[in-house]
Design a protein around this ligand. Structure first.
Ligand code: PBG
Length: 307
């Protein structure tokens, strides 16, 4: 049993909330444990701060944190599962997946109560291809405008009047106690979430058995099963939260219901599929769903984006 654990974390308000949440859970499990936060800036944060950047790529928010784990400067890193690439560097891995917060997308606006309430031609802010392709499909009249930055930056730009509405993850707003900003939690039919959205995962060194053992109680089995199915879709399609891919699993008793879609950024083509199966087959259900999306033409859309 360790007496000290260091958490590598980004310094956005949301990342700090998540790290502090894990710190509090560990300290309540282990009264003699001290947990420290090691704050750092990632490539992803620099891009968020840069007004002209449209650079994509996987793992932008996790690489520096992983270096700190490999160097031994930190023992664990707390991630939003939506931002975690499928493959981990040699010697690192995911120890646990924690209980999921509300996985939906939130409609946020100062003047309108829902997507349906938006007048023709309204300006909606999001930089997520997954969100914009679904918005365009349902409402071809809307004008989608780029919107980057952390949650506070995005809300400030909404309040400045640059957008009629913006779309954010419900989970982030709830964690930051900004639930009064949410006008509508969008249904899966309106905006199918990103794989892993709303769930936190904890990464550590694969040979650090003491830490892995201490983290074990934080694992939430239902969430882990759902997120495993969703991540298998992204892995097969070679995409993450930067791609126009949505996938969302629900678990009822032992049965997974997994839905997925790949949309063209212009909102003109939407390839959708779903599958049911046993929870023990989470990963293979995700692969099967991805294969079905490919069979229906998903690669044409994705190849054009990945180039
Ligand atoms: N890509 C940024 C990101 N990564 C995780 C969250 C929200 C919290 C979560 O999904 O757990 C967000 C912000 C957003 O999409 O609005």
């Amino acid at each position: 049993m360790k007496d000290k654990i260091v958490i590598a974390t980004r310094e956005s308000q949301l990342a700090l909330w998540q790290a502090n949440n894990v710190k509090a859970q560990l300290e309540s499990l282990y009264p003699n444990l001290s947990v420290e936060l090691l704050g750092m800036t990632t490539k992803g944060d620099q891009i968020l701060d840069s007004p002209l950047s449209k650079i994509g790529g996987k793992g932008l928010f996790v690489k520096e944190l992983e270096t700190a784990l490999m160097d031994g400067r930190a023992d664990i890193a707390v991630h939003s599962m939506k931002d975690v690439p499928m493959a981990f560097p040699e010697g690192l891995g995911l120890a646990v997946i924690c209980e999921r917060e509300d996985p939906t997308d939130a409609f946020v606006s100062n003047n309108f109560n829902s997507i349906d309430d938006l007048p023709k031609g309204s300006v909606v802010g999001t930089s997520s291809l997954r969100r914009s392709c679904q918005l365009r499909m349902n409402r071809p009249d809307l004008v989608i405008k780029d919107l980057r930055g952390n949650v506070n930056t995005r809300l400030r730009r909404l309040d400045n009047g640059e957008y009629d509405a913006i779309i954010l993850a419900t989970a982030g707003l709830l964690r930051l106690e900004m639930q009064d900003r949410i006008r509508q939690r969008m249904s899966a039919e309106e905006s199918l979430p990103a794989g892993g959205q709303g769930a936190m995962g904890i990464e550590c060194r694969s040979d650090d058995v003491q830490t892995i053992e201490m983290l074990a109680p934080l694992q939430h089995e239902e969430t882990a099963i759902r997120v495993t199915a969703e991540r298998a879709v992204n892995e097969r399609l070679n995409g993450g939260c930067q791609a126009p891919i949505a996938c969302f699993a629900i678990l009822t008793d032992d049965t997974i219901w997994l839905r997925g879609l790949v949309g063209s950024p212009d909102g003109k083509t939407m390839i959708q599929s779903e599958i049911h199966g046993h929870k023990d087959d989470a990963k293979s259900l995700g692969v099967q769903l991805a294969d079905d999306l490919i069979a229906r033409g998903a690669s044409t859309i994705l190849d054009a984006i990945y180039q």
